[in-house]
Write a protein that binds this ligand. Structure first.
Ligand code: LLP
Length: 419
């Protein structure tokens, strides 16, 4: 877990006091530290490129705010996109189509047409998708997603690579998929797999690369096809808990690249980190509006619920919390941090030892840059919140909050019901 500095008992984010940011922009608010985002990108880019050319395809599903995409575009990142919406957002953010790799699942013809028009390389997930794309165009840079039979992840819901997964082409059929693509007139360039998200151990990645290298060899032997790149997907976890060990990305990169360089003619790698790049750059600030003590439990009621941050409710995910304006105060009792949504499953944190809370305190929820804002909703007719970027002591708005008009905008009431 990332440590934050404090001044006079106040949490400091990107050189600014958390309470100053909250006073200026209101709560709840997602606050991203630009320098941390850049550092995370540079660290993983450096780790792999120290050994061999590796494109870092930022998995923008984790956070597709256009200002953050601009920062990563400036850094030289490539993109992993999963929808036409993400592709067009990244193009809007300044990425050229050749820096984007589209990897979809259950892709419609309409989406394929949009992708061909946008000119992005497509990573094919099924025989059906391949054939339907061929009917639109074969003049598309193509790669395949294989189901490697290796899965990993922080929760069952985010493991994607295991056998029987809905994702990718089963490994037994992958050579046939490449063969069919070549027969259809494509020139396939790469092979991709993604084991899952948020795992913290190196072994599944090693197993994955071993499996991918075997496919590379089979493709050469059976089809005489030499691939340009291997894409080992994303899924590098981060430590969400205090004192949790961090995955050693330099060691990971050293081991994986040694396997690729030692066992194949592959010249270029791709990795698709989402969480690793953006997660710990962002804190969610939420205001304590209510303190409730019952015989069984004490609650810190805040103005963000699972409408704002879904991960705790959806995956039982742990996010560290602190009271930002009582940063160094002694922790005295246990509390659940709970939101305004009308479900008992609406919580941000459970059983946390925290300083004595009061209404008006500011609660900081850590590591919310990945799958935080993007999974937020308008549930309970609560407009989505603001996002702010801080850099060297300056804060800038990067997303305005929604209002009720945004909730009502696309609803249509038939005229007859207005009478
Ligand atoms: N590449 C592919 C093909 C993916 O499906 C994903 C994530 C990534 C890369 C990036 O994975 P990352 O490096 O961020 O772990 N909502 C969940 C995570 C779902 C991830 C889906 N795919 C969560 O909040 O933990």
């Amino acid at each position: 877990m990332r440590d934050f500095q404090s001044e006079n008992g106040e949490m400091i984010i990107g050189g600014m006091a958390a309470s100053e940011i909250a006073d200026r922009f209101g709560t709840p608010v997602y606050v991203t530290d630009e320098q941390r985002l850049r550092d995370n990108y540079r660290r993983i880019h450096g780790a792999f490129n120290a050994h061999m050319p590796t494109d870092i395809h930022y998995a923008c599903k984790a956070n597709s705010n256009i200002a953050l995409l601009r920062i990563l575009e400036q850094e030289g990142a490539c993109i992993d996109a999963v929808s036409l919406g993400e592709v067009l957002t990244c193009i809007k953010a300044g990425f050229s189509p050749d820096r984007i790799l589209y990897t979809g699942v259950n892709v419609s013809d309409e989406e394929l047409e949009g992708l061909v028009d946008a000119g992005v390389p497509i990573n094919i997930d099924s025989f059906s998708e391949l054939r339907r794309l061929a009917a639109i165009s074969v003049d598309v840079p193509l790669s395949f997603r294989v189901t490697p039979g290796v899965g990993s992840g922080h929760h069952q819901k985010v493991i994607t690579g295991a056998k029987g997964s809905k994702f990718g082409i089963p490994i037994e059929e992958i050579v046939d998929a490449f063969r069919e693509a070549m027969d259809l007139g494509f020139r396939p360039r790469g092979l991709h797999a993604h084991i899952g998200s948020g795992g913290q151990s190196v072994e599944p990645f090693i197993d994955l690369v071993g499996i991918l290298l075997q496919v590379v060899e089979d493709l050469e032997d059976e089809l005489g096809l030499e691939l340009e790149f291997l894409d080992m997907g994303g899924g590098i976890g981060i430590p969400y808990r205090p004192n949790e060990p961090e995955m050693d990305v330099e060691e990971l990169a050293a081991q994986l690249t040694a396997m690729v360089l030692g066992d194949s003619k592959i010249k270029r790698l791709a990795v698709e980190p989402g969480r690793y790049v953006v997660c710990d750059s962002t804190v969610l600030l939420t205001r304590c509006v209510d303190v409730k003590r019952t015989e069984q439990k004490s609650f810190i009621g805040v103005d963000a619920g699972f409408n704002t941050l879904l991960r705790p409710s959806f995956y039982d995910a742990y996010h560290h919390v602190a009271i930002a304006n009582k940063f160094n105060k002694a922790c005295e009792a246990r509390y659940d941090v709970v939101g305004p949504i009308c479900e008992s499953g609406d919580f941000l944190a459970r059983d946390r030892v925290l300083p004595e809370p009061e209404e008006g305190d500011l609660v900081a929820v850590y590591d919310t840059g990945a799958y935080g804002f993007v999974m937020s909703s308008q549930y309970n007719s609560r407009p989505r919140c603001r996002e702010v970027l801080v850099n060297e002591g300056e804060a800038e708005l990067i997303r305005e909050k929604e209002d009720l008009e945004d909730i009502w905008r696309h609803q249509v009431v038939p005229e007859r019901l207005m009478r």
